[in-house]
Design a protein around this ligand. Structure first.
Ligand code: ARG
Length: 246
């Protein structure tokens, strides 16, 4: 019947079916978003997302290929089939969701501020929304979206990497850096220790998801079931403790 052949075609075209046939899962990600994806001293890409990707490929019975991709080109790379999925700490936004489909959330973050020590008197982001104040963040991220929404009077400067953006504050060329809480928390535990003020109150609500191309319910179904499984069988907890607790 027509219904049967239509359903069969859908699976036939599914990225999941292609991945299994090719024996390879290609994952787009952009290293630099600590601790989700970053390079170790040998240049290898490691992190929470990488461990999830490895487990995903293992459960599919295929090899994993990481495809490092610049943030501003990461959705186009998925759409033009340079990879099968984006696992890169990507916030599910309604605008992005018009271009790509998202799995259920696998993590929850919010925007937070790392503030220059000279502003030791401030307690609220609103105190920084003044002429002459410089706020930095990474280009094309939800940090930039939040900066433009929350800071109408301050000057916003965007950078290609999170490390360059936060460095501006350390070097006294900017007043504050706005970014996802896990990144800022780890920065404060390391390079920022004693040098910056962490305003850890969440300024936004941001679920992170895996992104795939639209029109592929079988792939999304597999991903959501995979996610439920690892969240409840101890796998997720093991990865979480490895990268977020120390
Ligand atoms: N969650 C933020 C966003 O979706 C930042 C993600 C940056 N990820 C990365 N791998 N550099 O815009």
């Amino acid at each position: 019947t027509l219904l049967f052949s239509a359903d069969f075609n859908l699976w036939n075209k599914s990225t999941l079916n292609q991945v299994v046939k090719k024996g390879k899962l290609r994952v787009c990600l952009e290293p630099g978003y600590v601790p989700f994806e970053m390079r170790d001293k040998h240049g290898r890409i490691i992190g929470f997302d990488v461990d999830i990707a490895k487990k995903m490929a293992k459960d599919m019975g295929v090899k994993l290929k990481l495809v490092p991709t610049a943030w501003d080109g990461i959705i186009p790379a998925l759409i033009t089939n340079k990879c099968d999925i984006i696992i890169s700490g990507m916030t599910i936004t309604q605008k992005r969701n018009l271009k790509v489909a998202f799995s259920e959330p696998y993590f929850l973050v919010g925007q937070t501020l790392l503030v220059n020590k000279k502003h030791s008197n401030i307690s609220n982001y609103k105190d920084l929304d003044k002429k002459g104040i410089v706020i930095t963040t990474k280009l094309g991220t939800t940090g930039e979206i939040a900066a433009r929404k929350l800071f109408k009077n301050a000057t916003i400067k965007t950078f290609d990497s999170e490390s360059a953006a936060v460095q501006e504050v350390l070097n006294n060329r900017a007043d504050a850096f706005i970014y996802d809480k896990p990144y800022n928390e780890l920065f404060m535990a390391g390079k920022g220790k004693g040098k910056l003020i962490f305003l850890k109150q969440d300024l936004t609500y941001e679920p992170l998801g895996f992104a795939v191309n639209h029109g592929d319910p079988d792939f999304l179904n597999w991903l959501n079931n995979f996610l439920r499984q690892i969240k409840h069988d101890g796998t997720y907890e093991k990865f979480y403790n490895k990268w977020f607790r120390n």
